[in-house]
Write a protein that binds this ligand. Structure first.
Ligand code: ZN
Length: 332
C-alpha cells in the first residue's frame, strides 16, 4: 500500500476576471488571499491563491487568469465539484449568507449518512460545495481570523473533490494502487475513495483531512471542455521530495506519462493525466507561501519567483490592476 499521499494539496481553476474572483472568495467565502503572483508557464497572466491563514496544503484553491480561454463546458473527465468543509452547526449561517448576498445555491441535501451539502457556483460558473460534517469540529485553529466570517462558521479547508468519469474503474485503480486511496462508500453512480488518516502525524507536518475523492460515473454525457469556470487540475499532497520521487517512479512504472519534477517555488510538482482524462498533480507540502512574504503580508503584493524579477516592469505593464482585499490598494 502506497503511504505517501496525505490528501488534496490544491485545486486550480480558471477565471476570466481576477478582481471579481478576489472579491468573491475573500469577501463572500472568507478565504484568505495568500498569494498574488503570475502563471509560471504564461507570466503575462495572474495566478491567484486562496487558503487558510497560511495557505496550508489541503486548503489551497488557485486560479489561472485566462480571460481569452473558451467558456468551460461541463462533462466527463474533469473535476466536477470542489467541496469545502464547514461545521454542522453553520449550515443556516451559510444559507442566510448566500441568500443575503444573492448567491444562488441548492440544498442542503444529504449525502451518504453523515453529510449535508450545499451546492453553489462562483461568478465564472465553477461548481462548489459546502459540506457540513463532524470532522470540522476540531479543525478551527488555522482559520483566517481577520476575514469576514466568524471562526465558528468559517470554511475549514477542502473536504473533497468529485471527478466525473465515463467509467470509474481505471481512475479507481490509479487512486488506489498509485496514490493510496481506499474505496469506502458507494451510492448509485458515486464511488468514494479516502486516504486513511495518519494518526502519528502532527498538525504542523500536515493539517489532516481533505482526503476524499468521489468519482461520479456519467457514461451518457459528453466529455468536458476545460475553460473559464472549470477546474484545470487537482493536486495531491506529499510531505517530502523523497516521497514525491517514489510516487513519480511508481506512476511511470504503471505506464502513465508523468512530467519531471517542476519547481513551482511554493511547492514542487509532478503532473500526469489519469486514465479517465483528469489532470492530476503531486505537490510537496514544503516550502509553502511564507518562502517569499511574511505571514502578515501574504497576498498584499505582486510577488514573482526570482527568475521572473528581471522582467517585473514588463509584466506589470500587461497585467490588469487588482485591489488587495486587505489594504484596499492597487497591489502592483
Ligand atoms: Zn497545481
Amino acid at each position: 500500500m502506497n503511504n505517501a499521499i496525505y490528501g488534496i494539496h490544491h485545486v486550480t481553476a480558471i477565471t476570466s476576471d481576477p478582481q471579481r474572483n478576489i472579491d468573491f472568495y475573500v469577501n463572500n467565502l472568507g478565504l484568505r488571499f495568500v498569494k498574488l503572483t503570475v502563471n509560471q508557464d504564461d507570466p503575462s497572466s495572474y495566478h491567484l491563491y486562496y487558503g487558510d491563514e497560511l495557505g496550508r496544503p489541503g486548503t489551497i484553491l488557485t486560479f489561472f487568469h485566462w480571460p481569452d480561454a473558451p467558456k468551460g463546458h461541463r462533462g466527463t473527465s474533469e473535476v466536477f465539484a470542489t467541496s469545502f468543509l464547514i461545521p454542522k452547526s453553520s449550515i443556516h449561517y451559510w444559507i442566510n449568507r448566500f441568500t443575503s448576498k444573492q448567491i444562488k445555491f441548492r440544498g442542503p441535501y444529504k449525502r451518504f449518512d453523515n453529510e449535508e451539502v450545499i451546492t453553489f457556483y462562483d461568478p465564472d460558473g465553477l461548481e462548489l460545495e459546502l459540506v457540513a460534517h463532524k470532522s470540522a469540529e476540531d479543525k478551527d485553529i488555522h482559520v483566517w481570523k481577520e476575514g469576514p466570517i466568524p471562526t465558528e462558521q468559517a470554511i475549514r479547508g477542502f473536504y473533497s473533490v468529485t471527478l466525473s468519469e465515463e467509467g470509474y474503474e481505471r481512475t479507481a485503480s490509479v487512486l488506489i494502487d498509485e496514490l493510496g486511496f481506499i474505496p469506502t462508500h458507494q451510492d448509485g453512480s458515486r464511488f468514494r475513495y479516502e486516504i486513511p488518516s495518519k494518526e502519528s502525524v502532527s498538525q504542523k507536518e500536515d493539517i489532516g483531512g481533505a482526503n476524499i475523492v468521489d468519482v461520479l460515473c456519467l457514461p451518457y454525457i459528453q466529455q468536458a471542455i476545460i475553460g473559464i469556470g472549470s477546474v484545470h487540475h487537482v493536486a495531491y499532497r506529499t510531505p517530502s521530495d523523497k516521497q514525491q520521487k517514489t510516487l513519480r517512479h511508481n506512476i511511470v512504472r504503471a505506464g502513465l506519462n508523468a512530467t519531471p519534477v517542476i519547481d513551482r517555488f511554493y511547492f514542487h510538482s509532478v503532473y500526469f493525466r489519469e486514465p479517465g482524462g483528469v489532470l492530476f498533480e503531486i505537490a510537496t507540502n514544503p516550502p509553502g507561501f511564507t518562502v517569499d512574504e511574511t505571514a502578515e503580508d501574504l497576498g498584499t503584493h505582486l510577488v514573482l519567483p526570482p527568475w521572473l524579477e528581471p522582467i517585473r516592469r514588463d509584466l506589470v505593464e500587461v497585467l490588469p490592476p487588482v485591489r488587495s482585499p486587505k489594504k484596499d490598494e492597487i497591489t502592483k
